[in-house]
Design a binder for this molecule. Structure first.
Ligand code: AHR
Length: 506
């Protein structure tokens, strides 16, 4: 393959990378909470009943904002059920996933876990079957000093100090006909505005995420978003985007197409830019100083396991997707896209973190790290800094659904090491299934002086995956094969690979 050149200039900056784009999502669905993060009868359980093996793996991913408790679950969840003495908490029928919910893990347990993990809690209020007032009461429970009704309840439950939850999602996927309490845009907008007003009256420092269109295939795409943003006005700090992708693409029926699947980043870029356009449209129309930013609060690969009916069971096995190499490259593509849009995407949460469409699976006391874990880990540890515009000059190909893409998908962050010395982090995916790709990195106003370190994830074909029997088929490996000469770096990416490299820059 002909070489590709990645050109950046340190003055051509997109924006600071918000660490919250490395967020996660923990839903009361399947075995995400129970048998995932929380399993008091596991040999790995700590004093709070949390699985230390799972938490250890999650810690490696450096998650920031953690969305909880749903998802669709949130639209039938009444937060008071998950508070107070555990033996008094009700066991309920859970309608979103047709499961049994014991409420043994609730707000106080999630806050303790967030503290333990250094997560920024992000709560989704119930605007499906709940009321704006119930949402407002939850803000008081979490954030008000003791002395009033709900804050006193928190204190009585052992937490005298407020939790200080800053991020609040105003419902979940309210445009989806499957959602409990789904309503048209104008009705959701009224509900959300009422909730936001009361919630912000209770705590002026909180930030809200309004429900945007949850699928680009819904007919209300963009109209929903405009209606909601126009009605909410300055009450909307962020608008949500959701995206699940797969190979086969829904348009192909059962056919697979790896080249197209890897080109899906074009469509993720487009979704972000379209949603940002609505935010700017509404801001301009209202002559407002305030711009709503983007919160990509559900994203991932999900298409193989569609078991969503819990059949009345507690902690059923739901959507336990097994991920392969091409899925890992697509996950890297999502993250590259978020970095490339650092000026508009401020929060993003991979859905989800354990067992349910997740980088980590558990089975009894065993745990498996899946392929998609590695690109998240590789990028998360190199995430701080400023995203730079990167121009990729090199071979391209035409995809069937997403237009023309460069063979190399990339993003670049200009950061610093612990001594304050500048470091350039380069992320690059070779989409070719057959050919190695020579890559040159050129910083047009600086010189690269040395490779600090690099990692790569690759494999013999797109379908290889880790399993309990063979857990190390798709893993990150050290990648030191970058040569720095005359201020530029050169390396060759194997077919179907994703690399993260950090260079000294002068
Ligand atoms: O992440 C699984 C589900 O996907 C979420 O509960 C819902 O919001 C989305 O449809």
């Amino acid at each position: 393959m002909n070489p590709s050149t990645l050109t950046v200039h340190t003055q051509f900056q997109i924006g600071e990378v918000d660490p919250r784009i490395f967020g996660g999502f923990l839903e009361h669905m399947g075995r995400a909470v129970y048998e995932g993060v929380y399993q008091p009868d596991s040999k790995h359980a700590d004093a709070d009943g949390c699985r230390t093996d799972v938490l250890g793996a999650l810690r490696r991913l450096g998650y920031t904002a953690m969305r909880y408790p749903g998802g669709n679950y949130a639209s039938g969840f009444h937060w008071m059920d998950g508070t107070g003495p555990k033996q008094l908490r009700p066991t309920v029928r859970e309608l979103a996933w047709q499961s049994i919910e014991t409420n043994q893990f609730g707000t106080d347990e999630f806050m303790a876990l967030s503290r333990k993990m250094d997560w920024t809690p992000m709560l989704t209020v119930n605007l499906g079957t709940g009321t704006p007032e119930e949402a407002r009461n939850w803000v008081e429970y979490c954030n008000a000093p003791a002395g009033t009704k709900y804050a006193n309840m928190r204190a009585a439950n052992g937490n005298r100090d407020p939790f200080g939850v800053k991020l609040w999602c105003l419902g979940n996927e309210m445009d989806g006909p499957w959602q409990l309490g789904h309503v048209p845009a104008d009705q959701y907008a009224i509900r959300a505005q009422q909730a936001a007003k009361m919630m912000k009256d209770t705590d002026k420092t909180i930030e809200t995420v309004v429900c945007g269109t949850c699928s680009i295939r819904l007919p209300t795409y963009m109209d929903w978003d405009r209606t909601v943003l126009e009605h909410l006005g300055d009450y909307a700090d962020y608008i949500s985007l959701h995206r699940y992708v797969g190979n086969p693409h829904p348009n192909y029926g059962n056919c697979e197409n790896t080249a197209d699947y890897l080109a899906i980043t074009n469509s993720i870029d487009q979704q972000i830019e379209e949603m940002d356009a609505v935010c700017r449209f509404v801001q301009a129309k209202k002559r407002s100083k305030k711009r709503a930013y983007l919160c990509f609060d559900e994203w991932n690969v999900w298409y193989k396991n569609m078991q969503m009916d819990g059949e009345g069971k507690f902690a059923p096995h739901l959507i336990e997707e097994v991920y392969n190499l091409e899925d890992a490259l697509v996950v890297a593509g999502f993250l590259n896209s978020f970095v490339r849009h650092a000026d508009s995407v401020k929060i993003a949460n991979i859905a989800q973190i354990v067992n349910v469409i997740a980088p980590i699976l558990t089975q009894g006391d065993d745990m498996l790290i899946q392929s998609i874990f590695y690109p998240i880990e590789m990028m998360s540890k190199r995430r701080s800094g400023t995203a730079l515009r990167v121009v990729v000059d090199g071979p391209r190909y035409d995809s069937d659904l997403y237009g023309t893409v460069a063979m190399i998908d990339s993003s670049v962050i200009l950061g610093h090491d612990v001594n304050g010395e500048p470091v350039l982090h380069v992320f690059a995916t070779n989409r070719s299934q057959t050919e190695p790709a020579p890559v040159r990195v050129n910083v047009s106003d600086r010189t690269l002086s040395a490779l600090i370190d690099g990692e790569i994830v690759t494999g013999p074909n797109a379908k290889v995956a880790n399993s309990y029997a063979q857990p190390n088929v798709v893993v990150a490996q050290p990648f030191g094969a970058a040569v720095v000469t005359d201020g530029q770096a050169e390396f060759t990416l194997p077919p179907l690979s994703f690399a993260a490299l950090s260079f000294r820059v002068r």
